[in-house]
Write a protein of this length. Structure first.
Length: 532
């Protein structure tokens, strides 16, 4: 049939979940014969073929008061949608809820004007999808969840990262390899290549959920933070490429194992132990030597434990009976405070900004359970990242977001800045503002020198996992970045803190439990608030 094409230069709103192209919605087709239906036909060699139909409509003409455009939609001679009136410069989409089979493989869709309509039907765009049956099982659900989480963490928007990751093979996601030997068993992801993909932030924790992963390539990106311990615990991994990033801290011992092809070149702040490269000397042990060695180790451990207790007792006496809180508990307090802020930002309706995040507003009970307090300055914000209205500057000196002070625009990233300052306090046990400078500037200058002991609270006596400490420092500095666009969200903060805790727990477990006695202690008020 013959169509008449009409177009407009006006803007058309395409905001619905189908998101049709704007150029398509600026153009319409109507039947050349105004009283005739607008007909679309197609055919298939397979008479049992099933289809999904999506039709998009926009009214782009100015109708007079006495003009009406209304039509019904028939599919294969049956009423499919009744009395459709397109939105003026808006978008209406009519979609299939279930697949439809056409008569003998011949399909026909007709738009027929109603009796009360003075104008012919119109159509902007339509999409037809054919149902394809696959004999192979879908990708393992845990792998699907993990890879989608990874994509979300890095805001990946690759064109073919849609549908099932592993099948059909011709439509497999870029950068993935999967098992496909047995069609009756759900395929598993065995290789992930995100090299040169513009990745930023830390190594995504969701990677550890790909339990059958054999090869991981994250090289030539801009990843920061430490190398997570979980990579060393993924026994299926045979190749890990991390070169050409900005990773820091020390390389976990678990990654220095035989049989693992590990590439970390091009990370100037990443410290790699040489112990794994030293040749092992052949040693011969006899039972007597082994027994003597075991006894010696037992005695040494006992002496170390007694010495530890003695030193701890003395420490309880230069501090008035109040030992310093250990690194593990500080991380837990930081995590619980972050969870509270995350709830304000994404769990409340409408979302809220605290506006006065500081140590004095983080309350602890006798078991160090953390709660946020003092919501007197809190405000709601709309539209995701920031409000549209200016607000009066409020907060506490030293914790105030410099960008908020400069623009007066309220944003959730303002809380992230204040939280970063709090985290720096907990790490260093230093005041927010000293005679010299702000705590972020002080830590920043020490950070460049690459010595974690210069930054960490000396009262900890070096009792912390250096990788965990570096990651926490990097996280705090990114939160306290003067530019809000470079700060992480609270959800990202939570993910990184959990990794820090995993590293510290591993160190404490490897320490033979000598630090387990430090769990029931009192928080130093110079680090954070006491319970009220």
């Amino acid at each position: 049939m013959e169509w008449t094409n009409i177009s407009t230069t006006l803007d058309v709103d395409i905001a619905n979940k189908y998101d049709p192209p704007k150029d398509a919605q600026k153009n319409v087709a109507t039947p050349a014969n105004a009283s005739a239906p607008l007909t679309i036909e197609w055919s298939s060699e397979n008479p049992d073929a099933q289809y999904y139909l999506y039709s998009h409509f926009s009214e782009i003409q100015d109708l007079q008061a006495n003009e009406t455009r209304e039509f019904n939609m028939n599919w294969n001679g049956k009423l499919y949608y009744a009395s459709l009136t397109p939105l003026k410069l808006g978008t209406t989409t009519v979609s299939s809820h279930s697949p439809t089979t056409c008569n003998g493989g011949k399909c026909s869709v007709q738009l027929i004007r109603t009796n009360r309509s003075t104008l012919p039907p119109l159509l902007n765009a339509y999409e037809v999808y054919t149902v394809i049956q696959f004999p192979q099982s879908e990708t393992d659900e845990s792998d699907v969840s993990a890879i989608r989480s990874i994509a979300a963490s890095y805001a990946l928007s690759r064109i073919n990262w849609q549908g099932d990751p592993c099948f059909p093979q011709l439509l497999r996601w870029d950068g993935l390899n999967c098992t496909d030997a047995d069609m009756s068993i759900p395929p598993r992801i065995t290789s992930l290549n995100l090299s040169s993909s513009g990745l930023t932030g830390t190594i995504a924790a969701a990677i550890q959920s790909l339990t059958q992963l054999e090869k991981l390539d994250l090289s030539n990106n801009n990843l920061t933070g430490g190398v997570p311990e979980f990579l060393g615990n993924m026994k299926s991994l045979l190749v890990i490429k991390l070169s050409g990033n900005n990773l820091n801290g020390s390389l976990p011992q678990a990654l220095q194992r035989n049989g693992l092809d590990l590439s970390v070149k091009g990370n100037p702040r990443l410290r790699v132990s040489d112990s794994s490269r030293k040749p092992l000397k052949k040693k011969v042990f006899v039972s007597i030597v082994a027994s003597v060695a075991s006894a010696a180790i037992a005695i040494a451990l006992l002496l170390l434990f007694l010495l530890h207790i003695k030193k701890r007792s003395k420490a309880v006496e230069g501090k008035g009976g109040r030992p310093i809180i250990n690194w593990r508990i500080r991380l837990q307090i930081a995590l619980e405070a972050a969870l509270g802020l995350e709830y304000l930002h994404i769990g409340c309706t409408p979302p809220m900004v605290h506006r006065d995040v500081k140590t004095a507003n983080i309350l602890l009970d006798e078991n160090f359970k953390t709660k946020l307090a003092d919501f007197g300055l809190s405000r709601s914000f709309q539209g995701g990242c920031e409000s549209q209205d200016s607000t009066v500057i409020a907060g506490t000196c030293g914790y105030l977001d410099p960008e908020y002070c400069r623009t007066s625009r309220l944003a959730e990233k303002s809380d992230v800045y204040s939280y970063g300052v709090v985290l720096l306090e907990m790490i260093t046990n230093q005041p927010v503002i000293s005679e010299k400078c702000h705590i972020a500037e002080s830590v920043g200058s020490k950070h460049k020198r690459g010595d974690i002991t210069e930054i960490m609270d000396p009262n900890l006596g070096g009792s912390y996992d250096s990788n965990s400490a570096w990651r926490a420092v990097e996280l705090a500095m990114s939160c306290a970045d003067p530019f809000s666009s470079k700060r992480p969200t609270m959800s990202q903060v939570i993910s990184e803190l959990k990794e820090c805790i995993v590293c510290e727990n591993s160190r404490m477990n490897n320490n033979g439990g000598l630090e387990s006695q430090q769990m029931s202690i009192v928080l130093d008020t110079s680090v954070g608030p006491g319970a009220r």
